[in-house]
Design a protein. Sequence first.
Length: 153
Amino acid sequence: MARKIQLDEEHHAAWAAFISAHSLLLERINGRLAQADLLPLEWYDVLLVLDKAPEQRLRMSELADKVLLSRSGSTRLADKLEAAGLLRREVCPSDRRGAFAVLTNEGKAALARTWPEYAQGIAEHFAQHLSKAEAQTLTKWLKRILTSVEGQS
């Protein structure tokens, strides 16, 4: 049985600020990308995961586990990306029921086109509000929380 932890006012306020900032930042950056007719963040996230994968391919189940912004509906999202020509599916030779998602050249080009605007959005809406030292401290805190939560799985 999990031990019961009381949530004090300071931790509740920190959580509320974190969730609000996260939501608003994603909304602002997505709006910026839409205005520039570039990839939405969910699409970018999937393509970036594939770009970093060995041979730029992952089993669909691995892709769903690694995607940061849209774990639910990853199959529907992959369908949209495939229809747009940004990824393709390949049958897994060792398991005919399984499939790989593979980054296409068009997907790689779309990532390259989107990154400068995405980076500018991060800089304007996030980075300019933190010193380098504050960014390092925030990274340390968030990684500590992430590591703890991942260890509970």
